[in-house]
Design a protein around this ligand. Sequence first.
Ligand SMILES: Cc1cc2nc3c(=O)[nH]c(=O)nc-3n(C[C@H](O)[C@H](O)[C@H](O)COP(=O)(O)O)c2cc1C
Length: 339
Amino acid sequence: MRKYRKREHIENYLKATYEGDTLFEDVFLYHNSLPEVDFDSIDTEVEFLGKKISYPFMINAMTGGNEYSNSINTDLAKIAKELNVPIAVGSEIIALEDEDPSIACGFKIVREIMGEEGVVIGNVNAFVSVEDAKRAVDLINADAFQIHLNPAQELIMQEGDRDFTGVLKNIEKIVKELDVPVIAKEVGFGMSEKAVEQLYEIGVRYVDISGHGGTNFIEVEDLRNPDIVVTELYPWGIPTALSIIEATRAEHEGLFVIGSGGIKNGLELAKALALGADMGAMSGEILNYLVHGGYQNCVIFLERTIHVFKMVMAMTGCKNIEELRNVSYKLTGKLKDLV
Ligand SMILES: Cc1cc2nc3c(=O)[nH]c(=O)nc-3n(C[C@H](O)[C@H](O)[C@H](O)COP(=O)(O)O)c2cc1C
């Protein structure tokens, strides 16, 4: 059942050991010895989905729908509110399929805690009907709606989808019919320039490239099923740093790019923005801190992440996010070869 699968995903994520590579190491930012910047006046605020948020950073989709997930969602929502950053809930499909009201509660709690002023984002798969997409939006009064693209994960799952034909047509239908923006989102395998182009052409204006180098759903699903072992596929996917470059290369007008996948600290967040992302997002590392360290440790980890992010802004001479997105950098090693 889906609600048990969710718990297994969390448990297996925490057990996973494979270390992928985002290629952020291959992004070199120039140190500025003469920054005309007052650290305390650095402006990290940005507008996202019509609301002001304190940092270009969000807590990305993970969970909701069983007791364990609901307590995680409660903590994540409190943290997002405290930091004034957006939060996406995990796939809402379980709440749409199951009549049990406690399942829906685990998603609704996020909006309750965030209040109407906070940014809360829904999440479903790409084959959902327009009607179900609308129900998922209504359930949490979502500001936007993530459609996750996860063919690699589905193929590893014994019970997963095998037929991906018609995916773009369905996303196009949802984009046209929904009153809130759609965010097309990977789950850790990255998007190519071509995929982003195809999404842009059908009207998508927000993409989360969620690249390789962090949470690895091939490994997470592999651990769920002892009969199938696919370790040779663990390195599969487009590294996050490369995928951000791919997504922003064509400079599509009005396209908002979220860079996620393996971001673990403020330096990597700053690099994601320097490469052209409008915002960064984190899932796995937050879950690690929350489950292993507890609520307060997780808050301290994120405050430290933001502090380091601001330090990098100061050391590159950036007073605001727009300046960081235009800061000069050089690519080295494998990333340079792949670009
Ligand atoms: C336990 C767990 C559950 C997740 N569930 C979802 C989900 O329901 N929907 C989704 O779009 N992404 C889901 N993700 C993927 C994340 O949103 C993100 O795209 C991916 O983990 C890469 O980011 P990270 O390396 O910072 O974890 C999940 C990730 C984790 C760790």
